[in-house]
Write a protein that binds this ligand. Structure first.
Ligand code: UDX
Length: 456
């Protein structure tokens, strides 16, 4: 779709947060906008930079984020996000980059930022460039993260050990154990700040794009629209972005080991458990060993992603002694998989996931039921929704033990509850197909978003 003179209908600038689970949806959104006739400029940090060669239709502008140079740069995600915002604000590099982009034709209509980039929003506002935020999680989580003052006021937080099972009656089906509790984080002030930032950037924007679809989160989207109406923030449910866009997994920061697809081709339909804990969550060595022996003892075929840095405090991802012999050809371990393709493979019958939102949504899209082991942030709420609301998975709570894991795998892969979850997952998959049709809710929301952007 082009403008009346055959050129682009306008230009949009996008600035992703440089982590896999955030970078991919932003590039997918860029692709969706490009397909609707808009020219795209991606401004990005030098840390975890996207590969311009994988997206020749976009213009890329890198800004220094200070991450590589900083002595004692924080290792954890929250620390990195806060220090990168501080460095970019202090150097003025984003404002300079945006000012040059604004000086060229076509002048950008707006800037889309990740909700965790207030420094970028501030620079845009100084230049009079309106912003729209992309929230890479669910609508339920946008509401949850905006409710932290209430959760403290009402005494749900800091969480008390004896109240973990207590329902948060203002946000059903969330329980206290599903809350990201800043008081448990080593630096409480930073954890509170990251929650405040997401609320602040959303309220200061003219719209929020959420990687979800209407039929998945009907009451959550309705409540959110009501809550944001007074701030004049429009809500666009434009997901699943990886299905709406055509870029597939071109945004992967790590090289994908495709040998697992050949291995899956040799497995029977619906028999393989796919296991992955995403791009950032680390696990303790003891837990890692329990996972390994739980998989080995389950007797089921599995494909397990063991990425570099998965084990806390160790670059070594060695499997426990005797594991490979016990498993033989029944198990396949890779450093990084082409996950979307894996989940769509006919051999895959279940997904043991940490419930990062991208993984959760990718599983929903392929009708694959889940074994949920959420660990941090939004993953806890995502796992609760999978079990209680969509009923397409079960939570694996408490200490990880091989016997418990073995039982949970059997429940998902062979028992009746697994079959029922699989049926429900297939129904949800059909709803995904509906929202992606020409007149489906996601397509219409994407059209509305473009109109909104061009009206700014
Ligand atoms: C982070 C947070 O942990 C998550 O809670 C939040 O919702 C998004 O940001 P991450 O932990 O990486 O993300 O999880 P997830 O959101 O699931 O994203 C992982 C992405 O990596 C997925 O798109 C998945 O397809 C991809 N992936 C994962 C691969 O391509 N190959 C793999 O082997 C594993």
């Amino acid at each position: 779709m082009a403008g009346i003179d055959g050129g682009p209908r306008g230009r949009i600038v996008l600035f992703p947060l440089p982590f896999q689970g955030h970078l991919s949806p932003m590039l997918q959104l860029a692709d969706v906008l490009h397909a609707r006739g808009l020219a795209i400029t991606i401004v990005h940090t030098t840390f975890n930079a996207p590969d311009p060669a994988s997206h020749p239709e976009f213009t890329f502008v890198a800004v220094p984020d200070g991450m590589q140079d900083a002595v004692g740069a924080p290792k954890d995600g929250i620390g990195k996000i806060l220090s990168m915002n501080a460095a970019m604000e202090a150097s003025g590099c984003v404002r300079d980059a945006l000012a040059s982009i604004l000086a060229a034709e076509p002048r950008p209509a707006c800037l889309v930022i990740d909700t965790s980039l207030p420094a970028v929003q501030k620079a845009a506002s100084q230049l009079g460039l309106p912003t729209i935020v992309l929230h890479t999680g669910s609508a339920a989580v946008v509401r949850l993260f905006r409710s932290y003052a209430m959760l403290h006021d009402k005494g749900y937080l800091p969480a008390q050990e004896h109240e973990l099972n207590k329902p948060v009656k203002e946000l059903p089906p969330i329980r206290v154990s599903d809350l990201f509790d800043p008081s448990k984080y080593p630096n409480q002030e930073m954890a509170n700040k990251i929650l405040d930032i997401a609320t602040e950037t959303t309220t200061n924007s003219s719209g929020i794009v959420i990687n979800t679809f209407e039929a998945l989160e009907i009451p959550e989207l309705e409540a959110l629209r009501e809550e944001l109406a007074s701030s004049g923030v429009n809500v666009f449910a434009i997901g699943p972005l990886h299905k709406l866009s055509t870029i597939g997994d071109a945004s992967s920061l790590l090289e994908q080991d495709r040998s697992c697809i050949e291995w899956l081709d040799t497995q029977a339909e619906g028999t393989v458990l796919y296991v992955s804990f995403g791009s950032v969550v680390p696990v303790h060595r003891d837990d890692f060993n329990e996972v390994a022996w739980g998989l080995a003892n389950s007797g089921k075929p599995f494909l397990w992603v063991v990425r570099h840095g998965l084990i806390i405090g160790s670059q070594d991802t060695e499997l426990p002694d005797g594991f490979e012999k016990a498993v033989e050809s029944r198990g396949k371990v890779v450093r990084w998989a082409p996950q979307q393709e894996v989940l769509a493979h006919h051999a895959v019958g279940g997904f043991w996931t940490h419930n990062g939102w991208n993984s959760t949504l990718e599983s929903i899209c392929e009708g694959v039921p889940m074994l949920c082991r959420p660990l941090f942030g939004d993953q806890l709420a995502n796992g609760r929704y999978v079990e209680d609301v969509w009923q397409i998975g079960t939570l694996l709570a408490g200490k990880l033990e091989r016997g418990k894991i073995e039982q949970a795998i059997a429940g998902l892969m062979e028992r009746e509850d697994g079959t029922t979850m699989r049926e429900r997952a297939k129904e949800l998959k059909m709803k995904v197909a509906m929202c992606l049709k020409n007149t489906g809710s996601t397509q219409l929301a994407a059209d509305k978003l473009v109109d909104h952007m061009l009206s700014l």
